[in-house]
Design a binder for this molecule. Structure first.
Ligand code: NAD
Length: 271
């Protein structure tokens, strides 16, 4: 076999899933909403791709089951049950993590929602609901991010990935507060990216379309059907398809990508 052919094969091999297994070697990744579908798949992806430690945060005790999964995938696991919209709890949890692990290289803000199955039009909605949705979706993202930005600036390294939603891009009835809060997440992503770009810190968003998780399982069937029918690919996505996008943006492969929103939605925003 000629040298040039061998060289070409080696190049191809670096792009295979096995060769990609070490993208997060030595890194600490912290994922919120890690007890759920998208956050859980993202946390496991970091572990499978060599992260030194994966911190899983969630308000549900379900987050504890992540410890065994993360450890079996080869990373140290720290699982913390907390409400990511509670400032005091967030400050204390991040401070504990930082004193145990030294630094956080990757933050994925997965927490969002807070609608609790609400499915009404805006004229029927109440300010308490808006506050809850904005707190859980936007404030939680800002609070968690605030805990890591100083360290990332100092170390001139960091990756922040915010989970937004296709609903921030494609107007949808009965989702006004959620759309507003997720649009806020996109604005936060873009503006923070500008502030942190000079420090080599990347801030990006992923906007999922309908993805099969407990959140979509809880939707009224007609609402879910309307959402899936609007997807040009004609199917619901799976959490691993979001985790792939999250992992890319959190990796050094996306080192020149910042302030962007990667829509992973089967083509939803195209129509
Ligand atoms: N599934 C979808 O179709 C879809 C589409 C677009 C965007 N999203 C976004 O993806 C993210 C993850 O959602 P999912 O579909 O995996 O849902 P999920 O219900 O599977 O997981 C959400 C997790 O977040 C946790 N959580 C909720 N409020 C919290 C809080 N205040 N503090 C800490 N943890 C909290 C829940 O306990 C749950 O484990 C959310 O931001 C959601 O808005 C989901």
């Amino acid at each position: 076999m000629g040298g040039s052919v061998q060289r070409r094969l080696q190049v191809q091999d670096t792009q295979s899933p096995t060769a990609a297994a070490g993208r997060f070697a030595g890194k600490v990744a912290l994922v919120t909403a890690a007890g759920g579908g998208i956050g859980g798949a993202s946390a496991l992806r970091f572990a499978r791709e060599g992260a030194r430690a994966v911190v899983a945060m969630d308000v549900s005790p379900a987050v504890e089951r992540m410890a065994g999964l993360i450890e079996s995938a080869g990373s140290m696991a720290i699982c913390i049950k907390l409400d990511c919209s509670d400032e005091r709890a967030v400050v204390s949890a991040f401070s504990d993590v930082l004193s145990r692990l030294g630094s956080i290289d990757v933050l994925v803000n997965g927490v969002g929602g807070g609608g609790g199955g609400r499915n009404t039009e805006f004229f029927e909605s109440m300010p308490d609901t808006w506050r809850r949705i904005v707190d859980v979706t936007l404030l939680s993202t800002m609070l968690c991010t605030r805990q890591v930005v100083e360290g990332m600036r100092q170390r001139r390294y960091g990756k922040i990935v915010n989970i937004a939603s296709s609903i921030a891009l494609v107007p949808t009835i009965k989702m006004v507060e959620y759309a507003s809060a997720k649009a806020g997440v996109l604005g936060f992503t873009r503006s923070l990216a500008m502030e942190l770009a000079p420090f080599g810190v990347n801030v990006n968003a992923v906007s999922p379309g309908p993805i099969k998780t407990a959140a979509t399982d809880a939707l009224p069937p007609d609402v879910l059907a309307r959402s899936v029918n609007a997807v040009p690919m004609g199917r619901i996505g799976v959490p691993e398809e979001i985790a792939s996008a999250v992992a890319f943006l959190a990796s050094d492969e996306a080192s020149y990508v910042t302030g962007q929103n990667l829509a992973v939605n089967g083509g939803r925003a195209l129509n």
